[in-house]
Design a protein around this ligand. Structure first.
Ligand code: C2O
Ligand code: CU
Length: 583
């Protein structure tokens, strides 16, 4: 096994191992109260979900090997909740993953639920709600996991800054979900604003009068990042967007990509960074411009035809006033429909040469997932399921539109309940010889199901995400796919239909990046490999909030029999009522 790893990665493994036994490993005890509050992040007043009064929530900073203990009190009054620690693998604590319906029952109003887990890998991560579409309501934030003292990173900087990127709607998530699941399907539409560190600017003249929109409100003054000329900064960037793919540009400055999702990258210099929902980056920024003025930080929508103004923040050169607007026009980014440009940027991201952890050279299983969109009526759900009337408009993988069971999988599988989710194995592939991904297809055989993929513990699994045409001619969308509980190697991206015979021979087995979220580009395919070595039950889904809600996800199980005794705090819903009482 060790022959598969380079020396650098052996060192990494060793330092990870040591940090667990590091006498300095700390326990961070956080107390969070989540509730609805009126906020005006883009000057328009609406209800947002806050953590201790904040949206985005408080930034978490810990050191690799530390333990986080987060007491979450649900004060939403009439709404359940759950919080997912996106990018944290939850090794040994699958019940703390925070995925409602998969790893836990929701936290009911008035209850306090304690998440307890180790942050085992340095890097930039995020947390967010994983119940309904609550992430869209503002329940999200950044996690920074620092390297243990004495560890040298492959880049240098004087200071850190951060950017949390988001898209924002004025409709409530209730209105959005009701629209998505109604028979006269109502799409959420393009966002009203783009937010940087929770701040944006809506054109209040469109808000129809009244005092609900006020440009003078200090809650919507732009985010400002202050830099000193001559210094170098590490910018940690996370996209918690509900829908949009973003292009980020910092006027007159290049960015050097050095980290993605906790892995060091062979440095890539870019003028524009494409970032998809669920992704995190660290970039190095040199403050080497004329210091007599400020510069724009500009966020533009790509991959969907934009109908939202550019999101802006200010790169403030000391000693200018932090809010002094730059004298120039806001950068408008690359053409929104330049897929090839985004595809090539994705391909350019590979592992840092000194930190290569080579993937296993072969895999034990190949799962090809065809991503399709449909409006045909779905057959009724065969087993107990959240939606007794499945969504009439849905996303599907290999003709299965995913629906959550009423009893979370982790509890059901650990206690061997066979009747609470479909026992029919989820399909391994689709008819790739005959299916035409370039034409509109109604995919009439699609059903709604909560079936899962059971993976052999310790095996290596390849997943090919295959994109296709939507229900509009010449349209295929970008889907950022996120895997819980693991990081995967990105073996390749392609345009068109994946051919297992031909394309698997072109995989990058030498220096592929590892990460937890990856884009599937329009009409393209993305190939991933991971080791099924983390006992638990893990969601793998499109990180677009509305797409997952409409069935765009699957579930993997591995080694559930190796999972330790489940805390009874995750139980209480569906068939796990009885278990909680007993516990
Ligand atoms: Cu960040 Cu299951 O998601
Ligand atoms: Cu999607």
């Amino acid at each position: 096994m060790s022959s598969l790893f380079g020396q650098a990665s052996l060192f990494l493994l060793l330092s990870t191992f040591l940090s667990f036994f590091n006498a300095e490993a700390k326990i961070h005890h956080l107390k969070w109260e989540i509730k609805y509050e009126y906020k005006s992040p883009d000057c328009f007043r609406k209800l947002a979900i806050t953590i201790n009064g904040l949206t985005p929530g408080p930034m978490i900073t810990a050191t690799q090997g530390d333990t986080l203990v987060v007491d979450v009190t649900n004060t939403l009054l009439t709404e359940n909740a759950a919080i997912h620690w996106h990018g944290i693998r939850q090794i040994g604590t699958p019940w703390s993953d925070g995925t409602e319906g998969v790893t836990q029952c929701p936290i009911m109003p008035g209850d306090t639920f304690t998440y307890r887990f180790v942050v085992d890998r340095a890097g930039t991560y995020m947390y967010h709600a994983h119940y309904g579409m609550q992430r869209s309501a503002g329940l999200h934030g950044l996690i920074r996991v620092l390297v243990p003292p004495g560890t040298v990173e492959p880049f240098k900087y004087d200071d850190e800054l951060h950017l949390v990127l988001n898209d924002w709607w004025h409709k409530s998530t209730y209105e959005q979900t009701a629209g998505l699941s109604s028979p006269n399907f109502e799409w959420v539409g393009e966002p009203q604003s783009l937010l940087i560190n929770g701040r944006g600017k809506f054109n209040c003249s469109l808000a129809g009068g009244g005092d609900s929109c006020n440009l003078a409100n200090s809650e919507c003054s732009p985010a400002s990042l202050t830099v000193v000329q001559g210094r170098t900064y590490r910018l940690r960037i996370a996209s918690v967007a509900s829908l949009s793919a973003f292009n980020l540009e910092i006027e007159a400055h290049n960015m050097t990509i050095v980290e993605v999702d906790g892995y060091y990258v062979k440095p890539v210099v870019v003028k524009n960074l494409n970032i998809y929902s669920g992704e995190t980056y660290s970039v190095i920024l040199k403050a080497d411009e004329d210091k007599s003025r400020n510069y724009w930080v500009a966020l533009n929508v790509v991959s969907r035809k934009p109908n939202t103004p550019t999101g802006t923040a200010i790169l403030n050169y000391y000693p200018n006033h932090p809010l002094k607007p730059p004298p120039t026009a806001t950068p408008i980014g690359p053409p929104w429909n330049d897929t090839l440009y985004r595809f090539n940027q994705s391909k350019s991201i590979v592992s840092h040469p000194n930190f290569i952890e080579a993937p296993p050279p072969t895999s034990n299983r190949l799962i090809i997932l065809l991503n399709t969109f449909l409006t045909s009526p779905l057959s009724p759900t065969p087993t107990l399921s959240r939606h007794h009337h499945p969504h009439p408009t849905a996303w599907a993988l290999n003709n299965i539109s995913f629906t959550l069971p009423t009893t979370p999988y982790l509890i059901a599988m650990k206690s061997q309940m066979q009747h609470v989710f479909s026992q029919k194995p989820a399909p391994e592939t689709y008819d790739y010889k005959n299916y035409n991904i370039h034409v509109v297809s109604s995919n009439p055989n699609t059903v709604s199901s909560n079936s899962v993929y059971r993976l052999e513990f310790g095996s290596t699994v390849d997943v090919i995400l295959q994109n296709a045409n939507t229900l509009s001619a010449n349209n295929s969308e970008t889907h950022p796919w996120h895997l819980h509980g693991h990081d995967f190697w990105v073996l390749g991206y392609g345009m068109g239909k994946f051919d297992p015979e031909v394309d698997s021979k072109k995989y990058n087995l030498f220096d592929p990046i590892q990460r937890n979220t990856v884009p599937l580009h329009p009409y393209g395919w993305t190939a991933l490999r991971f080791r099924a070595d983390n006992p638990g039950v893990w969601a793998f889904h499109c990180h677009i909030e509305a797409h997952f809600f409409m069935g765009m996800g699957v579930v993997f199980e591995e080694g559930v029999e190796k999972v330790g005794e489940l805390p009874s705090s995750i139980m209480g819903c569906g068939e796990s009522k009885h278990l909680r009482r007993r516990a």
